[in-house]
Design a protein around this ligand. Structure first.
Ligand SMILES: [Zn+2]
Length: 247
């Protein structure tokens, strides 16, 4: 079997990341909770943006800031978060990530890393054995993507990468996933947005604003403004960051 460029290396990087976080290779993870818990000074922002932008990440002034498209389904958002972790760990300080990135090498690598972080090779092989899977059909694929909480598209792509389904199968099995999951009795929240709240922010930024307000560094109205308005510009351009960072 021929793996794409650097696949094994990226898979090992994802395993290393799990080890660093103290999580074994086999357990499905709640990536939002884990990142908020394990990544230092991290802020995750859901923002309503154009459909083809998945997310972006910024490393600045000791802060790790990740943007996720609030309109995308939860499975996609989980994948985007794992993808952005790759950029924060191994890449330059600011990136914007489109859904269609053509053959951009770094984007490909971030995708492979994300796929392996959410579902390691070991976990997938183990899953196959435990569930006696000899051949992957739609029933089994949906069951596995629900177990690992990975998007349908990412699941198909991974099985294709590992030579477990063909390119044609991946295309045939792609459409209508919400309906297909529903008629099999699965919860469809994986295929719907986690939050379409335009200004949902999780993590460190909220704590910084609260602390600055508690220490009277900012007024109450400034606090509301920082939490509700123009948060994207604030975070991206660090207009207000200096007021918030503790010295
Ligand atoms: Zn990217």
């Amino acid at each position: 079997m021929e793996f794409p460029n650097n696949y094994l290396e990226l898979s090992e990087k994802a395993n290393m990341c799990r080890r660093l976080w103290g999580i074994d290779e086999y357990t499905p993870i709640d990536i939002f909770r884990i990142v908020l818990e394990k990544v230092e000074n991290v802020t995750i922002c859901f923002f309503n943006t154009e459909e083809n932008l998945s997310g972006s990440s910024i490393r600045s002034k000791n802060q790790n800031i990740i943007f996720i498209n609030s309109r995308h389904p939860l499975g996609r958002q989980r994948f985007t978060l794992a993808h952005e972790i790759y950029h924060l760990k191994y890449d330059k300080e600011f990136v914007n990530c489109d859904i269609d990135h053509g053959n951009d090498l770094v984007e490909e690598q971030a995708d492979q890393f994300a796929s392996c972080l959410l579902m390691s090779n070991g976990a997938l092989f183990n899953y196959e054995i435990e569930n006696s899977i000899m051949e992957w059909n739609l029933d089994k694929i949906i069951q596995a993507e629900q177990y690992f909480q990975i998007s349908h598209k990412a699941m198909l792509r991974r099985l294709k990468t590992l030579g477990k389904i063909s390119e044609e199968d991946a295309e045939i099995l792609l459409p209508g996933i919400t309906y297909e999951a529903q008629i099999r009795g699965y919860d469809t929240k994986l295929y719907k947005p986690f939050s379409d709240d335009k200004n949902l922010i999780l993590g460190n930024y909220i704590q910084m604003v609260k602390k600055a307000s508690d220490n009277n560094l900012i007024t109450d109205s400034k606090k509301d403004e920082l939490l509700l308005d123009a948060f994207y510009d604030n975070l991206v351009y660090n207009y207000e960051m200096d007021d918030l960072i503790e010295r």
